[in-house]
Design a binder for this molecule. Sequence first.
Ligand code: SF4
Length: 206
Amino acid sequence: MNALKILEKLKKTHPNAGCELNYSSPFELLIAVILSAQCTDKRVNMITKELFKLYNKPEQFAELTLEELVPIIYSCGFFNNKGKNIIEMSKQLLNRYNGEVPSNMEELVSLPGVGRKTASVVRSVAFKLPAMPVDTHVFRVSRRIGFSNGSTVSDVEHDLCELFNDKYWNDVHHTLIFHGRYICKAQSPKCKECIIKNECKYFNNK
Ligand code: SF4
């Protein structure tokens, strides 16, 4: 399998692949990614459009109570947990990092509500550092194509990082997300219109 050729073909189908969350600072992106767990980017953008008009600095979020934050973010689901994490994460950013979002993986994942995937998205999108966040789309599409046979997110992340030079990681991440969102859908992949069907393990095994 020529993984790079497959990536180039996919990029032709998804020339605008990139982060669909709206943000204007690493801190805003971090908030948006925390809100996006189990929620669509479209919904998160509707929430943050209003939220960031009111608050967009760690100092402001650290002062909020959950009762003040929840009514603004409730439509993204898991609002209590997300709200608590956002407030506590803001306090820790202020206390430990002078209010600046760190770009280091270990420091990012040490913050409340920031798992490996969230940290990778922030590194990749806000700081343009090589990272391979594996979300539900990247996981599913990678396994269908045959980029990975891994059964866990960390297995797939490891396989993708082995398969591609780190200069392609951000492209791989965004392109596979777009492919999963718009073509290689979970329930009914649109294989007939897929530009890589001839190279795809799932299609060839059907
Ligand atoms: S051929 Fe089908 S399963 Fe394979 S990547 Fe394309 S849409 Fe997904």
